[in-house]
Design a protein around this ligand. Structure first.
Ligand code: SAM
Length: 348
């Protein structure tokens, strides 16, 4: 049977959103313990034998691209903990439907891998960096690796990566005094900085609304320092709204907590063990590993993916926003029972 969905009208969900972006988590393990994501020292990891092989990831990515996905982001956990990641990059780049292949990393091991990733065909890197202060980095992540992260950013530039982004989660009372410093640092590095509101996703067991430094506050603080800030026009499905400073610097804000972008959300997430989630807040996913390992054909996989997407009506961040009493989304006991509910398993 021919693949029914290739090159036909874009696949849409219940709200008319296209299936376009796929985030692939290649490991649930991470070498940092960021307070807003993985505050515990110990976690229950996905069983190793259940992790998708590179060949399996390639096969699933191909099923998605047959349905219209054209941009893929490798994430984790920390994706650079997965051995030979550049080999996976090379395999995915062989797929002619991929327009954009990006990596989200905490940068700790980036210096060692930047050149191999570039040579393998990786297009872009987003690096998470919440502070420019080494002592604060240690307090926030539980690890003494700030210099390695900064070295990783430089190595990425040396390896030829351009258009690098720096993502900073801003938590009130933790790093909200570094907004301008981070922007200035981004300018020096030729990297666009994006400020992320603290989200109450699974894993964020220390979350509370009063710790969220909002989009409105970010804009107010930065306009006091820089003058008039104007939005960059142009509709996009990208999560960040982009803004322009008077000196021409562009930065982004990902305001999932106070200004959710569910109505434009075209992304879904594949975990390292092949569970597919249609929303960061979804409690249930679709197991794609099981049919894949049972020998499902490409058409059977695309049919399963297409029918799940067509039923998609998730708008988790919007639903969270209207909750009257908003606390931690998933408690620690529930997270221990199902690690798939963790942000580090879903890939952020
Ligand atoms: N280890 C990689 C990294 O640090 O970029 C990739 C995985 S990490 C889960 C992906 C992104 O999710 C990071 O930018 C991280 O800051 C963000 N993130 C994790 N927990 C978050 C939360 N509670 N609120 C907002 N962003 C969060």
């Amino acid at each position: 049977m021919m693949t029914l969905y290739a090159h036909v009208a874009p696949l849409t969900d219940v709200f008319g959103r296209h299936l376009r972006s796929l985030r692939v988590s290649v490991t649930d393990r991470c070498n940092l313990r960021c307070r807003y994501c993985m505050p515990e020292e110990k976690y229950i990891w996905l069983p190793r034998e259940e992790l998708l092989t590179f060949g399996e990831i390639r096969e699933l990515v191909s099923a998605f691209t047959a349905l219209g996905v054209d941009n893929v982001r490798l994430t984790g956990g920390e994706p650079l903990l997965r051995r030979d990641l550049s080999e996976l990059v090379r395999l995915i780049c062989e797929n002619p439907q991929i327009q954009d292949l990006a990596l989200t990393t905490n940068g700790v091991y980036l210096a060692e891998h930047a050149q191999a990733l570039r040579d393998a065909g990786l297009h872009r890197i987003t690096m998470s960096l919440d502070t420019l202060r080494a002592d604060r980095f240690r307090a926030l992540t539980g690890r003494d690796a700030h210099a390695q992260v900064l070295g990783g950013l430089e190595a990425a530039h040396r390896a030829g990566f351009r258009g690098t982004k720096i993502d900073s989660v801003i938590v009130r009372g933790v790093n909200d005094d570094e907004l301008a410093d981070l922007l200035e640092f981004g300018k020096q590095q030729g990297a666009e900085v994006r400020f992320i509101e603290y989200m109450d996703v699974g894993g964020a067991t220390e979350w509370s609304m009063d710790k969220v430094f909002s989009r409105a506050e970010i804009l107010e603080l930065l306009s006091r320092r820089y003058g008039k800030i104007v939005p960059v026009v142009g509709e996009s499905s990208a999560p960040a709204e982009r803004f322009l400073l008077p000196d021409g610097t562009v930065f982004g804000i990902i305001a999932s907590t106070t200004t959710p972008f569910c109505r434009r959300c075209d992304r879904s997430r594949l975990t390292a063990d092949g569970m597919w989630y249609l929303c960061l807040y979804a409690q249930q996913g679709t197991d794609l590993r099981q049919p894949l390992r049972a020998g499902a054909s490409r058409d059977q996989l695309t049919s399963a993916i297409a029918s799940a997407w067509q039923r998609r009506n998730d708008r988790g961040a919007e639903e969270r926003k209207v909750q009257r009493f908003r606390g931690v989304f998933v408690g620690i006991e529930q997270l221990r029972q199902d690690p798939h509910l963790e942000m580090h398993t879903r890939g952020g």
